[in-house]
Design a binder for this molecule. Sequence first.
Ligand code: NMX
Ligand code: MLT
Length: 608
Amino acid sequence: MLSSSSGQWYVYFYEISQEQKWNKSLHYSSTFIIMLSATVARRNLIARRRRIQEITFSAIQTTVLSSSFSSFLEIDSNNNVESSSSGSSRRSKKSSWRSTFGNNESSTSSSSSSSGVGRPGAGGRCDHHQYHRHHRSHFFSTTTTAKEDLEEKKDAFDGLKAQIESQIPSEIARLKALKTKYGQEKVGEVTVNMVMGGMRGIVGMLYETSLLDANDGIRFRGLTIPELQEKLPGKRDREPIPEALLFLLLTNKVPTEGEVEALRVDLMERAEKFAKECAMNDAGNKSKKNVFDALRALPEETHPMTQLSAACLAMQNDSKFSKMYASGTMKKTEYWKYIYEDALDLIAKLPVVAAYIYKRSCVKEAARKSSEVPTVDASLDLAANFSQMMGFSSNECKELMRLYLTIHADHEGGNVSAHATHLVGSALSDPYLSFSAGLNGLAGPLHGLANQEVLKWLKEAQVALKGDYSAETVKTFVENTLKSGRVVPGYGHAVLRRTDPRYECQREFALKHMPDDEMFQLVSRLYEIVPDVLKATGKVQNPWPNVDAHSGVLLQHFGIKEENFYTVMFGVSRSIGCLSQLILSRAHGYAIERPKSVTSKWLEEKFQ
Ligand code: NMX
Ligand code: MLT
């Protein structure tokens, strides 16, 4: 299919030229012949990639997926996957593809009712292949534009994207109805205290992926942490894997085993491709700089959070959304598709970059240090691979990483990292730019950096207390912290008014895996002492521990002792929540965020 738009041609050629390292500024007409040959080569590449995907899928189908998933899929003699339930998913997916390629006005509404549409690699894959086979009968119809390539790359396993797409029309209709019916209703009152107190309690933004209740704690799409642990499929042991949470956040649906597996494969392929390309560039072609070169240009002692945020920006050149926006050919209704691709790329890349930062900048012993691009093991889940890339391959550490990446992922929209990502994204800044902003907020000691502060403080306590964890000495230590003008890190919360459920589940993990750990004994003792000390100040709204009070003690037990890295791990996890919402925000057409500010004089004059 040839695009009539010169902009699309440009983007297409730009992508080819990026891969082939040709000069993108060559004039279209003088490069037309080159493009045709490149197109044929590219088509062969895509066909080869598809064959690999088919083989991989077939292997997964027979070896990995649960029998329940296998039972509703059938493999025909051409090795195509069909939904055994009916042709409905095929029809809906086909119309969805037509819509994608502009042949059909509105397809997604029909797909919304199809239960088969989201099955991993089900009807969508089959129809997409038929669609392309059909259109490849003519030379021009075989030409892939940047847009087609983007869609094609993800064809085999993209039940998730199809499910999101199928939900968009009904979600937009629901939001529209909400606005029409209740648009003029009030959701609360704003007092001067709220304006002057960090906007605490002001209901001011939509955020679908999670909701925080002061007393119940966080619910991810309605599910508490114990419910996630119980209900999310894809577990390797007891803890859920973050891929399952990502699926839940994006679709508001507990995925099937097969759907989680398909998403896992997708993310690991993205991670592996990224790491391999960067490693290849490292080894040979120095002319193509990559994110690791950018990181190497920073002093080793640059804080790991600064490095992670800088890495996000250094990768921004890969943004598909930005390229499409610049081409001028992307409709508003298509924004989310490119945000989705960027978001999933970024979620997959961040653990690789983070593991690199860890090994280059955080570990002290020469034997564990490395400036190599980490090697991705695509057979693992995202968390296990992250743990392994950092040099921790025990099953217990992988389990901890699964729990860690799951529980830190989202905490509704008002916290600094989520809000910053949301705000910057609302200006149509791409996911790399937006999430870098979120990371910069997470790097603050009152927010994500508190996990680093907690471990420093615990180490300080160990030195000061010399093993005497009696109530009196511990109380004095905590009071001295306050007297020195510092906050007690890991305690208090802007919204919660109880012990953070994320603290509780980590405590359970510790009780199960490391009950005798000395630092865990200290953490437990502090839990008994700190709340009363904070209550005695008379000003702390929530004297109970938050997530950060417990995470470090687990990590150090399993060998991740470098606390300046802890917030990076928080950031890797937080990408899952922030970027899920970013996809939905563009899919549902959220407005640019622009609240009203006033001067203190304005307030005085209003009430005088
Ligand atoms: N230690 C000492 N003082 C505290 C603490 C604490 N843990 N928590 C709150 N306060 C103080 C707070 O500084 C404020 O003092 P002042 O009026 O002198 O400015 C007063 O109590 C009232 O604050 P709150 O309304 O209870 O809390 P706020 O919503 O303003 O702040 C936090 C919430 C989380 C920033 C605050 O509790 C805090 O600084 N905690 C320690 C740092 C921390 O653990 N942050 C991690 C939060 C979770 N995360 O991952 O992001
Ligand atoms: C978070 O996880 O973002 C923190 O608990 C801070 C918050 O919710 O305000």
